[in-house]
Design a binder for this molecule. Structure first.
Ligand SMILES: Cc1ncc(COP(=O)(O)O)c(C=O)c1O
Length: 358
């Protein structure tokens, strides 16, 4: 079974201890009435081309600027609307198809598979010494990173690492794609985004999939001015423009939520804080986002191992080997913990330990 097929299957699985799927827990967010937000938008902007073909950049430029500014990116201009962050990643990899493109290992498969589709190969950077390794990137390269709560590791890079990364990018003259899909899910406070510190070096893409609904297929991407026209030409060829209907729904929602991507998540974050407390007792680090990494006393955790875990214990989880060719990560699981209840999280952990010990 292919990686994407397995991940899609886990996303719709009814398994009670499902740590496999990184799907958003929509039932734990405030009720979302798309029709209402659609009407709010039309009332405020009666002349936007909601029903028509329109410019490839979409029609939420001014609202995206407000969103970026609210998140501390004070020099923001209007972003480009894409069909999720995934389309934005795909367009960026096409833009850099003749250059070196890199990401850390373990990796987000949506990036690596898009690079493959563009006919290019990904250069993998060991996650342990990633800043040192970046010193060897040649000018004009693209480095993909989720600075906040990456998929699959769940890790967030520190402020100091952000500064070092941008200093190396400036010195070596390479570009960064900052995938901010999980950025709103901080439990303590947010750190400055990479784009807010270096707008002409960084592509910055935010998604409405995890905070609102993946059915919208709406993301907003800041593109450095040197690449904006080329990015838009690619977007025009791939999808003409994103849906006017769902842009309007997102627009209305933003108007009613004061352009904040995280304000509505307070109650959900309280649930996640309870999980964080339990994870601490298990020595599993968790600061925010949807994922944690669990290290086990077992040298080769692969798909066969996880298939048996599912059959014997009703626990669905992804082996980290699905996201890494580096054997040092093959004693780890990627656990998606956003949707599972605290009770099932605790029982699920017990079941995993039982299985390892059996
Ligand atoms: C890191 C990361 N980036 C992008 C995406 C895709 O987001 P979108 O639905 O906005 O295309 C996902 C979805 O799981 C993800 O985990």
């Amino acid at each position: 079974m292919s990686r994407i097929h397995l991940l899609n299957q886990l996303a719709t699985s009814e398994c009670p201890y499902n740590f496999g799927a990184g799907v958003p827990p929509l039932d734990q967010y405030p009720a979302f009435d798309p029709g209402y937000f659609y009407r709010v938008f039309l009332e405020e902007f009666p002349n936007k081309p909601v029903l028509h073909y329109h410019q490839s950049e979409g029609f939420l430029g001014e609202l995206s600027q407000r969103v970026f500014q609210k998140d501390g990116f004070s020099d923001a201009k209007g972003g480009i609307i894409t069909n999720g962050v995934q389309e934005s990643i795909t367009l960026a990899t096409l833009l850099f198809k003749d250059s070196c493109v890199a990401c850390t290992d373990p990796f987000y498969p949506g990036f690596v598979d898009a690079v493959k589709m563009s006919g290019n190969d990904t250069c993998f950077i060991d996650s342990e010494h990633w800043l040192e390794s970046l010193e060897s990137l040649v000018p004009g390269s693209l480095f993909y990173i989720s600075a906040d709560f990456a998929n699959p590791t769940g890790k967030r890079i520190t402020l100091d690492e952000r500064k070092q990364l941008l200093a190396i990018a400036e010195k070596n003259d390479f570009y960064i794609f900052e995938d901010a899909t999980y950025r709103p899910f901080f439990l303590d406070h947010s750190l400055p985004s990479l784009v807010s510190m270096a707008p002409e070096r960084v592509f910055h893409s935010i998604s409405f999939s995890k905070i609102l609904s993946p059915g919208l297929r709406v993301a907003m991407t800041h593109v450095p001015s040197a690449f904006r026209d080329a990015f838009l030409s690619l977007k025009a060829n791939v999808s003409l423009n994103s849906s006017g209907f769902t842009q309007a729904i997102v627009g209305g929602w933003l108007l009613k939520n004061e352009f904040s991507l995280s304000k509505h998540l307070d109650a959900f974050k309280n649930l996640m804080r309870n999980k964080q407390e339990f994870l601490l007792t298990q020595h599993v680090a968790y600061e925010g986002g949807f994922f944690v990494e669990m290290t086990l006393q077992h040298p080769s955790i692969d798909l066969a191992w996880c298939t048996e875990l599912l059959a014997k214990e009703d626990v669905a989880a992804c082996p980290m080997s699905l996201f890494s060719d580096n054997l040092t990560h093959h004693n780890k699981l990627r656990l998606a913990i956003a949707k599972i209840s605290l009770e099932n999280l605790k029982v699920g952990f017990m079941k995993i330990h039982n299985f390892v010990g059996s």
